[in-house]
Ligand binder design. Structure first.
Ligand code: COA
Ligand code: ZN
Length: 309
């Protein structure tokens, strides 16, 4: 903890190449994806979620997962994570040299049904063999809980349901569980309420928060999470993304906006804001449209400002 009661350092899981690109209406060419990920790797991330080994019919934007992974440099200081929904996905990920995988379910039944055509219980049945194999192969395993605050079909989600799903993911052997505001509705009071419950049951160091900025509240929610002791955040370079199964879920929290806040709070990330902006700009050029990150649009930090203490 720093003097201000904030964690001294934060680990960022960069999810733009997966959560971002899966929601693009068009398919970004494989070469542009690889350059984007290489640019992000050069910016200093320790963790990048690079793609999904899901059904190419469900997410055609990431059908080139194997090609993307094959082209990426394997470095001991950079964890390349891939999303897998089932054993077939895990098999494909292993063949592509991936050593860290994420499984995903949700705290609401209707969302899970639309997203993976399973009930929450069935999704856990599908993960059991995936988790067992991942453990046997020595892989790092992450779990995602989507719709942790509200569901686009059912409305508000009870924090105790989030705690139950989180607990089941840890029981399966997840090293980290990411708690997602998939449709970007949470405000800091919701975050306080959910984390008060979760942190009674799970260590802060094993939880990540995954905010979407659909209603402009993501950065406020990050600050509330930091004050509660959370030190892992998911974000997407340029603010790319959302989720195709969550209507209206625009824009993940932009990595540039997150780093700007953390830099000004004096919280160490190890990631260069300029480096992320360069990777986002190059991707924006190949997509032919600007990306929504506010800090990116403002041109970053015009002159060094230092911590706001
Ligand atoms: N990789 C590639 N193909 C896969 C696959 C995987 N991981 N899992 C299933 N498939 C293929 C099957 O081989 C089958 O192909 P075929 O019709 O050519 O024989 C087809 O997909 C259907 O398989 P099935 O097991 O019946 O799955 P389903 O149609 O019920 O779909 C999921 C279930 C989970 C595979 C699919 O909904 C999915 O991949 N969803 C991903 C959603 C997502 O990524 N959301 C992002 C988080 S917001
Ligand atoms: Zn997301």
């Amino acid at each position: 903890m720093s003097a201000a009661g904030l964690p001294e350092r934060v680990r960022i899981m960069e999810v733009g190449p997966r959560d971002g690109l899966q929601n693009e209406p068009g398919v970004v060419p494989t070469g542009a994806k690889i350059r984007f990920i290489e640019g992000l790797a050069g910016a200093g991330f320790s963790d990048i979620e690079v793609t999904s080994f899901v059904s190419p019919r469900a997410v055609p934007q990431l059908a080139d997962a194997a090609e993307v992974c094959a082209a990426l440099p394997k470095r001991s200081d950079l964890r390349l994570v891939a999303l897998v929904p089932n054993e077939k996905g895990l098999e494909r990920a292993l063949e592509a040299g991936i050593r860290a995988v994420a499984v995903f379910t949700a705290a609401s039944e209707s969302f899970t049904k639309k997203n993976v055509r399973m009930t929450i219980d069935e999704s856990f049945e599908a993960f059991r063999p995936v988790a067992a194999r991942a453990h046997k192969e020595g892989l790092w395993l992450r779990g995602y809980v989507s719709t942790a605050f509200a569901c686009p079909y059912e409305g508000a989600v009870d924090p105790s349901r989030v705690a139950d799903v989180t607990s089941r993911l840890f029981d399966l052997g997840a090293h980290e569980v990411s708690i997602g505001d998939t449709i970007g509705v949470a405000v800091p009071a919701d975050v306080d309420r959910l984390l008060a419950l979760l942190l009674k049951r799970f260590p802060a160091g094993k939880l990540a928060m995954h905010f979407h900025d659909t209603r402009g509240t993501a950065i406020a929610n990050v600050e509330a999470s930091l004050r509660a002791g959370i030190s892992v955040f998911d974000s997407s370079a340029g603010g790319l993304g959302g989720c195709p199964y969550a209507p209206g879920a625009g824009g993940n929290l932009a990595t540039e906006d997150l780093i700007y806040l953390l830099d000004r709070l004096g919280v160490h990330t190890g990631v260069s804001l300029e480096g992320v902006m360069a990777a986002s700009r190059e991707l924006a050029r190949s997509m032919g449209r600007p990306l929504p990150s506010k800090v990116l649009q403002a041109g970053g930090v015009m002159r060094p400002l230092g911590p706001a203490t």
